[in-house]
Design a protein. Sequence first.
Length: 379
Amino acid sequence: MLKELQCSIYRGGTSKGAFVMEEDLPENKEERDQILLKIMGSPDQRQIDGLGGAVSTTSKVAIISKETTEDWDVNYTFAQVQIDKPFVSYAGNCGNISSAVGVFALENDLVEISAPITTVRVYNTNTKKIIHEHIPTPNGEITYEGDFSISGVPGTGSKIELEFLNPEGSFTGKLLPTGQTKDTLKIADYGDVEVSIVDAANPLVYVKAEAIGFAGTETAAMIDADPANLVLLEKIRGEAAVKMGLADSWEEAATVTPGVPKMTIVSAAQDFITDSGKEIHAAEYDLSIRMMSMQKAHKTIALTGALCTAAACAIPGTIPNEVLGNENVKNELVLGHSDGLISVAMKYKNEDGKTKIESVSSHRTARKIMVGTVFYTQG
């Protein structure tokens, strides 16, 4: 039987996804997941029978509801729909998709527009954290035009500031999930690998590029082209998941927690050529970062990954802090990823040997692409 669902398609940062109202979905999680799989066309490597774009950054869903009692405006649940498996993950949040949530709320009259900026207070149910989205609304109107550009997205748009409040322990409840700034993982058929596991906005596991035979300047295509790379990186990510108590084995992690923690390779700033052919010089940025997303190289960078990395840099003794080589980390950092640069800011304190991350923020663009009805089969 053919069913229908009211749906919008939005681009948020370097991701794109389906936006639906929670009231239009069943309360039963299994039924809900089946609908999300159907509308995205999963499981299928091409997602040919749905809205998904066959890469992790375009196989995403934002589920929105208006808040009527709490001190925020809208509730937002992020769903990562697996492409080739019948699985929907709610582990962690997507910062890029988050950047379109406030715009969606304004477009759908969930929040009253003011001028010249409208701040939408978003509660992310995945992380149980608040995001303040400061959206330009000149003359009390939504605009998608502007001169701000982000790496990985052609053209320019309106500059949206996302401020993640109290981002520590977004998934595990702890800034350092294992209680250590560094851990040593035993990797099958490889040996010991030193990592840092940090949870701010989203949990990430960091490894030095040189420790696993990487240069730190690889493009996403180069990483994906070597199956041995992908296996090694997933082993490290999986063992980190075991260390965090999220899985019983690294092999199981790809199924039970495919997106958390996010595998991240860091190195000192150095000259490199982006995936799109642009030359970036070491003097332009502070730290090199290459991320994985759902067992493949991220084409750019997860926004929550960039935010977590800023927090990790502020924590003495972590791998990002050591590679950065600065005990007094400045409040704004520029990270170099495979397709360009991203600037991130933070407010933090280091007192009595402990780091307190008060907020992390960055800027994105977002826009409405389509509003309509998506059809799917049931049964």
